[in-house]
Design a protein around this ligand. Structure first.
Ligand code: UT7
Length: 338
């Protein structure tokens, strides 16, 4: 869909990662793995995890990132009209993490908090939802949050090594507001889902069809941990990501020359390199952070965007494509003039 009258734009962004660095060699404490395999197959060198004794919550990470985003935007927290909170690793099963975040932020008004769970594609979905609220005129300023704590949900048993080495903790936040320039802001969003392969990347337990929802057997047999058929997911990613990007390019009548930077989800460096090559995108036009943060699912796109901004790779006026793929399966793109 094309934006016409009122358009949203990113006013500012911020990110946060826990202090603890976990290197590939550190993972040998749990897994029969090695630095060379992880770097060669994924591009990951290290990731951030919360302290082993815990303490930090998903909403804590998001508060740090949101404060940085508000400062970057020059916006006071009490100007915010709504929170859209994307995560697959919530503080609790319910209520949604958005309300814990809201309480910690100390907003003076009871602003609405909408939690969404589209896994690695969640930030792209969240940006699109926020854009709709702003375009219709219902809200002026929205915090779009992508935050995850994976380290406490990873299978640390030897058989968990294929998934366990991939994920990290972190958060990224965008402040979306009304654009005062018709040429600046979100141009399009294309969102997709196909549930036929839902079980190739999922967590089986807990499940509302079981009573109790989690059993001792679920824990003993590892059904509480994420499971992935890596190759199938990889193949889907490298076909769906270019499709989502092409849909946005067609709608906005863009060529690859018009695109200044692609900010892709960070699941695997090989996926992003494959996608860039398959569509003919020069490597300098795609930014990656997977080497230092691993896969932070809903957090990965805003964290990657902040990193690109900090490195001076995106400036005001640049044309940016956010590109995501993940469990569900879900995928999508957002094109914006920053
Ligand atoms: O963010 C959501 C979306 N997620 C993705 O898009 C992830 C998509 N998938 C992938 O990125 C890749 O499939 C992985 C990185 C997960 C795995 O890479 P792969 O090249 O597909 O490896 P594989 O699963 O086919 O395993 C190859 C070998 C196996 O050994 P054999 O059977 O060849 O002897 C695995 O047992 O590598 C072995 N292996 C490991 N070795 C060392 C699997 N995990 C590890 C490990 N360390 N951590």
């Amino acid at each position: 869909m094309t934006t016409t009258l009122r358009r949203s734009r990113i006013l500012g962004m911020g990110s946060y990662v826990p202090e603890r660095v976990v290197t590939n060699d550190d993972l040998k404490e749990w897994y029969d793995t090695n630095h060379e395999w992880i770097v060669e197959r994924t591009g990951i060198v290290e990731r951030r995890w919360i302290a082993e004794e815990g303490g930090e919550t998903n909403s804590d990470l998001a508060v740090h990132a949101a404060k940085a985003a508000l400062e970057d935007a020059g916006v006071d927290k009490d100007e915010i009209d709504m929170v859209i909170y994307a995560t697959m690793t919530p503080d609790h099963a319910f209520p949604g993490t958005g309300v814990f975040f809201q309480r910690k932020m100390g907003f003076s008004k009871p602003i609405p908090c909408l939690d969404i769970r589209q896994q690695c594609t969640a930030f792209v979905y969240a940006m699109s939802i926020a854009d709709q609220f702003i375009r219709t005129g219902m809200y002026d300023k929205i915090l779009v949050v992508g935050a995850e704590i994976h380290s406490t949900g990873i299978d640390r048993r030897p058989e968990g090594r294929d998934v366990g080495v991939l994920f990290g903790d972190g958060a990224g936040v965008a402040v979306l507001g009304v654009s005062d320039d018709p040429d600046v802001g979100l141009m399009s969003s294309h969102l997709y889902a196909d549930g036929k392969d839902a079980e190739i990347l999922w967590i089986e337990a807990e499940s509302c069809s079981n009573h109790p929802r989690i059993s001792h057997e679920d824990i003993d047999e590892g059904r509480v941990f994420p499971k992935m058929e890596g190759r199938k997911v990889f193949k889907n990613a490298v076909t769906r990501l270019p499709q989502a990007m092409m849909a946005g390019m067609q709608e906005n009548k863009l060529t690859l020359d018009d695109v200044d930077m692609v900010i892709p989800h960070q699941a695997n460096l090989r996926i992003n390199e494959f996608v860039a090559k398959s569509i003919g995108l020069p490597p300098e036009k795609i930014h990656n952070t997977i080497h230092k943060f691993g896969n932070t699912t809903a957090g990965s796109i805003p964290m990657c965007m902040v990193d690109a901004l900090q490195e001076g790779k995106i400036k005001r006026g640049d044309l940016v494509c956010m590109l995501a793929f993940g469990a569900g399966l879900t995928w999508g793109s957002v094109f914006l003039r920053y």
